[in-house]
Every structure is written in structure tokens, then in C-alpha cells.
Design a protein around this ligand. Structure first.
Ligand code: GDP
Length: 297
């Protein structure tokens, strides 16, 4: 995977040195931690997140009396692996399920983050689990968004509810939900509008849609290529709208990994899915432990 490549290489070289040593001194461990800290900062991980991370690793290391073990290098690597996993949420956070169908999923995010594409991918993933998702086209401002969603729906054989671009998104969401109930769709995925920047009008509209459909999930779609910015966006969205999870997109690109490693710590919201390509089946449930192992190699 292209994402995390440089972070991964750096961490592997730091730990390679530790592994290669017969005897590891306390200075070696401190030096390794300094390098881990730098590697994380260069990967664009939030400064405070890095600070807390290093403190936690050190605390665990002291608790486990690393220096007294036969293989201090291995113990440190294991501790870093565990803390990286925790940082990204610990375990896979599953999609919510309504007690009474349909489960309503609202997709939010800035324009270009990948909301529409991800809505289609999520519908496909749900179909694979034998569900019957309905896609609802509420992004009436971006000229091609409705058409794009219809094309995606056609491609996977999922219905798309649209009232064109002259009806308010709040009304489209309301009718879309009713349509799902009438047609026994057990999931409703609402593709909302994004803007280039967070603004009041956008938030107000999202809040109104939220109020009308009472979603079980509010997933923020975040472009991982935008690094720290992505985390700031997530923070402001979460302050305004109760998010329930994050989808990281474009992890196939040349990202430095900072967003993936910071977003959970900064917003408290778990990364539920990761998108790794433009193809319709390139969305996967996010597994922190697998991601940590991938990064550490
Ligand atoms: P929206 O404005 O948030 O609805 O964004 P779109 O769904 O239209 O996506 C914007 C662009 O990002 C499109 O060209 C997508 O094909 C692309 N895209 C979305 N997700 C991914 C991904 O995981 N990897 C890559 N490489 N491209 C993606």
C-alpha cells in the first residue's frame, strides 16, 4: 500500500537497529523513541497525539521492565504495535444497526473527499452482506453528483432515490426514507452536499437533514491525502454534528498517514472504513490491529 510507505520504512529501520543488537541499553531505547517521535511528526501526525503516544509507550515500557527482559528490542516493538493499534481505535468498529430497519446512514464531508463514491462502495459492501440498500441523492449543488450516484447505483444494481436538483435536500431525505420503508430497503445511505470549506449554510442543512431522518450513523468521509487538515475538518464537523464514525478515503494515494493516526484521538470517533482506490469494491472495514502491523511490517 502506498500510504504510510515512508512512515513504515522509517519505523522498520528504527526497529531493525534494535532487533539487530545483542544487548540493548537504555540509551538505545531512548534513541529509538526519539526516532519514532520524529517519524510520526514527519508523517503529519498531530503534535499532541505524538506526545501522548510516546508518553504511553514509555509508561508501558517502564511497567514491563523492558531492560530486564531477554529481548528488550522485541518488547519495545510489541509495545509500539499495541499503542499504534490503540491509537487507531483498538478494534474494528462495526456499522450501527437500527433496532427496526431501515438503518439510516448519513454521509458528510467536504467536496471532493469521496462522499458520493464512498456511498456507492458502501452500498456494494452491504449488498455483499445480503442487504438491500437504498441510495438517496441529497447533493443537489454539485452539478454531476446526482448523475454520478445514479451511475454507481446502476453499476451495482442498487436503487437510487432522487428528486432532481430543485427540491430541498431536507425534503429529499424525508421522502427517501419513506421510500425505503415502503420498499423494504433495510439500509438507507444519504449522500449529502459538501462545500470546499466548512460553512454555516452547509452545517445548517446537514443538521436539518439529521433532525428529519434521525440517522443511526453519521459517517464523515475524510480525504486522507489532506493530512492535518483532514483532522481539523473532522474536529469541526464533530463539534457541529454528532458524528458516529469516519471513513478514510484515498489510502491508496501517497498519504503520509497522519490523518489515519490522528483522527480517532482528536475526534474520539472511530475509523469504520477505509477506501483504497477508485474501484467500487475498494472499501474495507477498518481494522486498527491490521493497519498497525502493516505499518510496522
Ligand atoms: P464528493 O465530492 O465527496 O462526493 O467526492 P467524489 O465521490 O466525487 O470523489 C472525488 C474524487 O475522488 C473522484 O474522482 C473519486 O474517484 C476519487 N476517490 C474517491 N475515493 C477514492 C479512493 O479511495 N482512492 C482514490 N484514488 N480516489 C478516490
Amino acid at each position: 500500500m502506498a500510504a504510510f510507505e515512508s512512515l513504515s520504512n522509517r519505523l522498520q529501520s528504527v526497529f531493525g537497529k534494535l532487533r539487530g543488537k545483542g544487548k540493548v541499553s537504555e540509551d538505545d531505547v531512548n534513541e529509538a523513541m526519539r526516532e519514532v517521535r520524529l517519524a510520526l511528526l514527519e508523517a503529519d501526525v498531530n503534535f499532541k497525539v505524538v506526545k501522548d503516544f510516546i508518553a504511553k509507550v514509555k509508561e508501558r515500557a517502564v511497567g514491563q521492565e523492558v531492560m530486564k527482559s531477554f529481548t528488550p528490542g522485541m518488547v519495545i516493538i510489541d509495545i509500539v504495535n499495541k499503542e499504534l493499534t490503540e491509537l487507531m481505535g483498538g478494534t474494528n468498529a462495526k456499522l450501527a444497526k437500527a433496532n427496526k430497519p431501515p438503518t439510516v446512514i448519513m454521509m458528510a464531508g467536504l467536496q471532493g473527499a469521496g462522499k458520493t463514491t464512498t456511498s456507492g462502495k458502501l452500498a456494494k459492501l452491504l449488498q455483499k452482506g445480503n442487504h438491500k440498500p437504498l441510495l438517496v441523492a441529497c447533493d443537489i449543488y454539485r452539478p454531476a453528483a446526482i448523475k454520478q450516484l445514479q451511475v454507481l447505483g446502476d453499476q451495482i444494481g442498487a436503487p437510487v432515490f432522487s428528486l432532481g436538483d430543485q427540491v430541498s435536500p431536507v425534503e429529499i431525505a424525508r421522502q427517501g426514507l419513506q421510500h425505503a420503508k415502503d420498499n423494504h430497503n433495510d439500509y438507507v445511505i444519504i449522500d449529502t452536499a459538501g462545500r470546499l470549506h466548512i460553512d454555516e449554510a452547509l452545517m445548517e442543512e446537514l443538521k436539518q437533514i439529521h433532525q428529519v431522518v434521525q440517522p443511526d450513523e453519521v459517517l464523515l468521509v475524510v480525504d486522507s491525502m489532506t493530512g492535518q487538515d483532514a483532522v481539523n475538518v473532522a474536529k469541526s464537523f464533530h463539534e457541529q454534528l454528532e458524528l458516529t464514525g469516519v471513513v478514510l478515503t484515498k489510502l491508496d494515494g501517497d498519504t503520509r498517514g497522519g490523518a489515519a493516526l490522528s483522527v480517532k484521538a482528536v475526534t474520539g470517533q472511530p475509523i469504520k472504513f477505509a477506501a483504497m482506490g477508485e474501484k467500487i469494491d475498494s472499501l474495507e472495514p477498518f481494522h486498527p490491529e491490521r493497519m498497525a502491523s502493516r505499518i510496522l511490517g
